[in-house]
Design a protein around this ligand. Structure first.
Ligand code: SAM
Length: 236
């Protein structure tokens, strides 16, 4: 059954109207019509079953017949803070794949060597919603606007904090340094890497420099690798 995303859907919602984009997609592309059944998610753990009440291309009305809540039941929490790449496609790729694999929060950080000093997150929110529908994951990751590195590291509260740093000893790997069932925050730098001052500043705030292996990964690959490692550590 086709799944739609509607963030403001609540447990007791009775009738809703889809956005113009979703209405059009449902009627024109998927060829759904009055009386057909669809499912919807709100990114907060609910799945809803509904029925189309009209064929309106702009304001498709849905009657909600059932709702079911799925508890997250996750003993760990992954937060990746990443310097967005100059090429938006690459950071969007990271966001999409990390959402599919499982991530709780993505922060965008502005660092000394960042090539991208501004970031519009509207498209990123849309990509996350699509990845959520596609993957069957029911929880929408939290996204933050671009924030200065110094301000960011000063306010992090996760239990295990890491900074992925290329000159770090390959034996000091994230795999060895992280333990199960924790809340994690890992910093991933821009193509030019973190400056030594940034690494020192992060260390003062409790971030442990870690290696992501012997090879130098692109920013988006490093983010996805870190996300995968932390998920794997918690699933074995
Ligand atoms: N020339 C940069 C340097 O030496 O730091 C390379 C930066 S790399 C393309 C982009 C970011 O990915 C780095 O700042 C780091 O956070 C992360 N990264 C990539 N490969 C890594 C590795 N093998 N170990 C740790 N971090 C890595």
């Amino acid at each position: 059954m086709a799944t739609f995303f509607k963030e403001d859907l609540e447990e007791n919602s009775k009738e809703i109207t889809l956005s113009q984009e979703e209405s059009r997609h449902c009627v024109k592309v998927l060829r759904f019509s009055n009386g057909d059944k669809i499912s919807l998610i709100n990114g907060k753990g609910f799945i809803f079953q509904g029925e189309l009440l009209n064929n309106d291309l702009k304001k498709l009305k849905i009657r909600i017949d059932q709702s079911q809540y799925f508890n997250k039941e996750q003993s760990y929490r992954i937060h990746i803070a990443i310097a967005p790449t100059k090429n938006m496609d690459r950071i969007e790729w990271f966001v999409e794949k990390a959402t599919e694999i499982g991530i709780d929060k993505i922060s965008f950080i502005k660092t000394r060597h960042s090539e991208r000093k501004h970031l519009k997150t509207t498209r990123i929110h849309n990509i996350i919603q699509s990845a959520l529908k596609q993957s069957g994951n029911l929880y929408l990751p939290e996204i933050t606007e671009l924030i200065e590195f110094k301000n960011f590291v000063e306010m992090v509260t996760e239990e295990e904090r890491f900074i992925a740093y290329v000159p770090e000893n390959p034996n000091n790997s994230l795999i060895k340094k992280s333990s199960k069932k924790k809340t994690y925050c890992i910093l991933v730098g821009p193509e030019g890497g973190f400056s030594e001052e940034e690494v020192a500043l992060a260390q003062v705030q409790g971030f442990d420099p870690v290696s992501l292996g012997k090879t130098r990964l692109r920013t988006e690959t490093a983010g996805l690798y870190a996300c995968s490692i932390l998920n794997i550590i918690n699933q074995i």
